[in-house]
Ligand binder design. Structure first.
Ligand code: PRP
Length: 212
């Protein structure tokens, strides 16, 4: 059995065409079913639905042979023992610093002020501000980061930006782009060895189907 770990939403939707290129069709719609294990048209391939941040854990410990996960999550949770053979070029966005549109970020940085930064991406933010020599107090949040500067919880946030609509709707502006993000294929190293005959052709089919 080959088990592929996916998270619901964009990653699931955008992985479907890649699976199709490998001859795999998921037989149930996760938006209509409460099932966490979805069968496919291939009797020996199944999809498991997990939280995005749990995908590396499932693959690392062999709960899944393969997974699809954003680079943001991989960097934040680490990827020891994972083989990361492909940038799938899906779920593209960027991770950026944003502030209230009346906050003078450039001046605060120039003055060497200590910034309060709220984020789900503490490791990425810590490394970014350290590389710039900016002193920050990081506040870990699990969602709705946009609220932090609006309520006085923080001066800035580090969050994913795609269309920019969420920032705009909350009177925030993007002041620095930290990095481009896209989803990666991750593979359990033992699975790659033991199930090579099945997994290698899947990786090759995905690679062929990736749109540059
Ligand atoms: C992400 C991110 C922003 C939003 C940005 O949230 O946290 O809130 O998307 O997208 P936009 O620039 O197109 O408006 P997501 O919906 O992925 O959920 P999350 O809050 O769980 O991260």
């Amino acid at each position: 059995m080959i088990t592929l770990a996916l998270s619901k939403g964009r990653i699931f939707e955008e992985t479907l065409p890649l699976l199709k290129a490998a001859g795999i069709e998921v037989l149930e719609d996760p938006e209509k079913s409460r099932k966490l294990i979805l069968p496919t048209n291939q009797a020996d391939v199944r999809v498991v639905l997990v939280r995005a941040s749990d995908v590396p854990t499932y693959v690392q410990y062999g709960g899944a042979d393969l997974g699809v996960v954003g680079k943001d999550t991989l960097l934040e949770t680490g990827h020891q023992g994972l083989y990361v053979p492909l940038d799938l070029n899906i779920s593209r966005c960027r991770i950026s610093v944003a502030v209230r549109n009346d906050f003078d970020y450039a001046a605060a940085v120039k003055q060497g002020a200590r910034l309060r930064v709220a984020t789900k991406y503490v490791a990425i933010a810590r490394e970014f501000f350290a590389s710039k020599g900016v002193h920050v107090d990081l506040i870990k949040l699990y969602g709705s980061m946009e609220l932090a500067p609006l309520t006085g919880l923080a001066d800035a946030i580090v969050d994913l930006v795609s269309t920019g609509n969420t920032l705009k709707a909350n009177n925030l502006i993007e002041v620095e782009k930290i990095m481009e993000i896209s989803a990666r294929l991750v593979v359990n190293q033992a699975s790659l060895k033991l199930k090579q005959a099945r997994i290698r052709p899947m990786i090759d089919a995905f690679a062929q189907a990736v749109t540059p």
